[in-house]
Write a protein that binds this ligand. Structure first.
Ligand SMILES: *Cc1c(COP(=O)(O)O)cnc(C)c1O
Length: 373
């Protein structure tokens, strides 16, 4: 019997990625995440579009960051690095710590003091990263890791590292494979803006089009491969109202939102993300924290999909933009659900009813069940 199990996105898309036959691949079999078509929500809300969620929360560390990290750490190890560093709102540090552990190298992660979801913190700690909490926010951390990595033997694995986007672009290939062609729209949360840029690189390569969003190849695609799709989708980026530099069209100094993964005011991939939005003919929109939390609950209750608040902003945005008629009827929309709901149990529990406490007696329990049947 042949051993043909899935072994991660680098092996799968090797000819479209900057690796050679002798590259030692550092992988946790990331990617290959499920596309789940929404059934109940569109019926309930009267939506005429076909909506698919690409559930990136089912990657090995629970977010899409694994796609970029397998590439970044593989290339760091290939270059002889013994240590990696990143700034993080949580998920990048979880992925960096896990892939560094897999590679047998050290990891250092800078996280904001407080405002980090506990699931993410626990991952970085368990995987043996040196976790450094700074009295500052993500943007402060981002500035500091750039300074530190230029003067110490540390490989920077934030999405300013072009290999991160190369790994992350593979989501577009998987979507095309699942649908047979590119969708009409692809919507996602925008924080540091690496992911929207990576989606555009992937869709452009797949359609055989050069794009202005690739920071590896200067607009002339380095890894064209064969064509996978006939078109590219419009990309729609959602930002939290308190952390919405793309809506304000300028950097935001004190970003605030319950969606900590996108609590970023100075996105590193600013130019790439604007290019992705403009070239694709898409748009940016914002949602309030209340809209984000309601959408998170709605998706969990109506469809059985539990994503973290930053990911749920896509559902909040769809509610708003479909009502406004911004998406064509009968079109296909893909929604990147960037991270798993279990990453941030505190936020989930805080907005839910506490469990009822009763005596361990049949009748008391039976009465409660009768109330809810
Ligand atoms: C990192 C992250 C984002 C934002 O992605 P960017 O590439 O920074 O725009 C959104 N959601 C989750 C869950 C994340 O971890």
């Amino acid at each position: 019997m042949s051993n043909s199990h899935y072994t991660g996105l680098i092996n799968k898309y090797r000819e479209r990625l900057p690796v050679s036959d002798s590259t030692r691949v550092i992988s946790l079999n990331e990617g290959n995440t499920p596309m789940i078509e929404l059934k109940n929500l569109p019926a309930q809300l009267g939506w005429k579009q076909q909506i698919f969620c690409k559930f990136e929360g089912l990657n090995p560390t629970g977010s899409f960051k694994d796609r970029g990290m397998t590439m970044a750490v593989t290339k760091a190890v290939e270059a002889g690095a013994k240590a990696i560093i990143c700034a993080s709102t949580g998920n990048t540090s979880a992925a960096a710590a896990a892939y560094a552990a897999r590679a047998g190298i050290k990891s250092f992660v800078l996280i904001p003091d407080g405002k980090i979801a506990l699931g993410k913190l626990s991952q970085a700690m368990m995987h043996g990263a040196t976790v450094i909490q700074i009295r500052g926010n993500f943007d402060d951390g981002m500035r500091l890791v750039q300074e530190l990595s230029s003067s110490m033997p540390l490989n920077l694995v934030n999405s300013i590292n072009p290999y991160r986007l190369q790994g992350q672009k593979t989501i577009s290939f998987e979507v095309i494979e699942a649908l047979g062609d590119a969708p009409d729209y692809h919507v996602m949360p925008v924080g540091n803006a690496g992911n929207i840029s990576a989606h555009w690189i992937g869709y452009s390569e797949a359609a055989g089009k050069p794009c202005g969003s690739c920071n590896l190849c200067d607009g002339t695609c380095a890894y064209p491969g064969s064509k996978l799709s006939t078109k590219r989708p419009k990309l729609v980026g959602y930002q939290a109202s308190g952390a919405a530099p793309f809506l304000r069209e300028s950097m935001v100094d004190q970003p605030e939102t319950v969606a900590t993964a996108i609590r970023i005011g100075h996105p590193v991939s600013w130019d790439l993300a604007w290019a992705a939005q403009k070239e694709s003919g898409g748009w940016f929109e914002e949602c309030s924290d209340d809209e984000i939390l309601s959408a998170q609950k709605l998706l969990a209750k109506c469809e059985g999909i539990f994503c973290e608040p930053a990911s749920a902003i896509t559902i909040a945005g769809l509610c708003k933009d479909i009502a406004e008629g911004r998406f064509k009827e009968n079109s296909k929309i893909v929604c990147t659900l960037t991270g798993h709901g279990l990453k941030d149990p505190d936020t989930a529990i805080a907005q839910s009813d506490a469990p009822v406490l009763v005596n361990a007696e049949r009748d008391e329990i039976g009465a409660i069940i009768s109330q809810h049947l």
